[in-house]
Design a protein around this ligand. Structure first.
Ligand SMILES: [Zn+2]
Length: 257
């Protein structure tokens, strides 16, 4: 995988920096990136007029969105309109999201990671305040994507600090929890949130009481469900079935991965 974004033609023909960035990242993604689901090397660009670049895989029909920026991507990122994002999540039609950090002087990709579509859920989408009355798009509501609320399984590195991760590793991580694809968005959300809190415990052994401490937070994230404790136990069982946890008896658990 080539990490350079540089293309003299783009620099000669386009003066606007935002256009250059858009073209360079789009061209790079189209020629270098592969499908994380089926490893097909040919991703097709879908033309649109927004800042977001869309691609699709002709082999498995997965859709992708790429967002690039020069600053390091950490806890969250500003994304597009709030309501359409929530609607896509609820309809299970969100794409896989790729986030790139490039170095603007050297024009090379420094970091690239992906959030699989089945980890896109309402917990990680934060509504932004509506644009002020003086703004050109007054009243428009955007969103933030909160990576800080994702379990580590929901953020898969493709390029990490300039190192290219093996394709087979990326695919293995992607597919490990792809069973979530067939679940409804709220079920996927419960799974991701419980896994997030398991990870937050930061201990390889824990018990059910430790997890019940997050009951109130989970209830706030899922106000439609009155049975938070039952849902916690159910997600722990799924984590066991997926080989992430082991039940040690008497409400004790061990984290395996
Ligand atoms: Zn594919």
């Amino acid at each position: 995988m080539e990490l350079s974004l540089y293309d003299s033609g783009v620099f000669a023909n386009y003066k606007s920096m935002s256009q250059r960035v858009r073209l360079l990242t789009e061209r790079w993604f189209g020629s270098e990136m592969y499908c994380p689901n089926c490893l097909n090397q040919h991703l097709h660009s879908e033309k649109n007029n927004t800042k977001v670049v869309d691609f699709s895989c002709a082999n498995c029909s997965h859709e992708f969105q790429l967002k690039g920026q020069k600053t390091r991507i950490s806890g969250s990122i500003v994304d597009g309109a709030y309501r359409p994002m929530i609607e896509r999540i609820e309809a299970n039609t969100a794409p896989d999201f790729f986030f790139m950090q490039y170095l603007p002087e050297e024009w090379v990709v420094k970091n690239l990671f992906l959030v699989p579509r089945f980890f896109m859920n309402t917990t990680i989408i934060e509504k932004r305040p509506a644009l002020s009355i003086n703004a050109r798009r007054s009243g428009w509501v955007g969103c933030n994507i909160l990576f800080s609320k994702l379990p580590e399984e929901g953020r898969i590195a493709v390029i990490k600090d300039g190192d290219v991760i093996e394709r087979a590793d990326v695919q293995r991580k992607y597919r490990a929890l792809a069973f979530l694809d067939s679940k409804r968005y709220n079920q996927r959300g419960w799974f991701a949130d419980v896994l997030y809190f398991v990870r937050k415990l930061d201990s390889t052994v824990f018990d059910l009481k430790d997890m019940y401490r997050f009951e109130d937070e989970l209830r706030k994230l899922h106000p439609e469900n009155m049975h938070a404790r039952e849902k916690i136990r159910q997600q722990l069982q799924i984590l066991r079935d997926r080989g992430i946890l082991r039940f040690d008896g008497r409400g004790r658990y061990s984290l395996l991965k």
